[in-house]
Design a protein around this ligand. Structure first.
Ligand SMILES: [Zn+2]
Length: 192
């Protein structure tokens, strides 16, 4: 008879669960019905009463910091590494979780997704503007402000995506990462 990995109780047939391991390195677990209920209640509690304003604030702060960091790397190396986008999604997702008071759930997932999309658009603008300013400087034009008019911002974003469509793949991965990071925790369980 299997014993509960958590409390050591013997699991009567039909009264517990096998929790299959996600990796070959860690063993599968057995949990009695009581312990399974406790874990699921804890996961459920993580989705109640998220501090949404703080989540939004911390998410935005993380997004701005990530954008500027990425921009700084592009300025220094003169190279746009698309995979950094995925890190932005992850960082924003984490920031939203912590801002919410270590909470998870659908509202936070959507919030992280939207913030990450804005961060990707803003990063794209900053990066395209950087290369544009460089080209203009070679032609003798200087003094381009950091923030340009919205239609020009939009134009630069569209041109940037046209110039390297593969970045959209990284955007999709970034948005996915932002969406899953604050998701409610769950585990697969098989009745035993
Ligand atoms: Zn137990």
């Amino acid at each position: 008879m299997a014993t509960c990995t958590n409390c050591g109780a013997e699991i009567q047939p039909g009264n517990g669960f096998l929790i299959p391991s996600n990796s070959k390195k860690t063993p599968s677990l057995h949990l009695c019905a009581d312990c399974t209920g406790k874990v699921e209640a804890a996961y459920e509690a993580e989705t109640s009463d998220p501090r949404l304003p703080m989540a939004l604030l911390l998410g935005l702060v993380a997004a701005v910091a990530a954008c500027l960091l990425w921009y700084a790397v592009v300025v220094i190396t003169n190279y746009e590494l698309g995979i950094v986008a995925i890190a932005i999604g992850w960082v924003v997702g984490l920031a939203v979780v912590y801002g919410a008071g270590r909470k998870r759930g659908r509202a936070l997932q959507i919030m992280a997704l939207v913030i990450t999309l804005l961060a990707l658009l803003f990063s794209e603008y900053l990066i395209v503007r950087h290369f544009l300013v460089q080209n203009l400087a070679e032609d003798g034009y200087t003094g381009i402000p950091l923030l340009l008019d919205p239609p020009i911002v939009l134009f630069l974003i569209v041109e940037g995506i046209k110039a390297s469509p593969t970045s959209l793949l990284f955007w999709a991965l970034a948005l996915w990462q932002a969406f899953v990071t604050p998701a409610k925790k769950a585990f697969r369980k098989v009745p035993v």
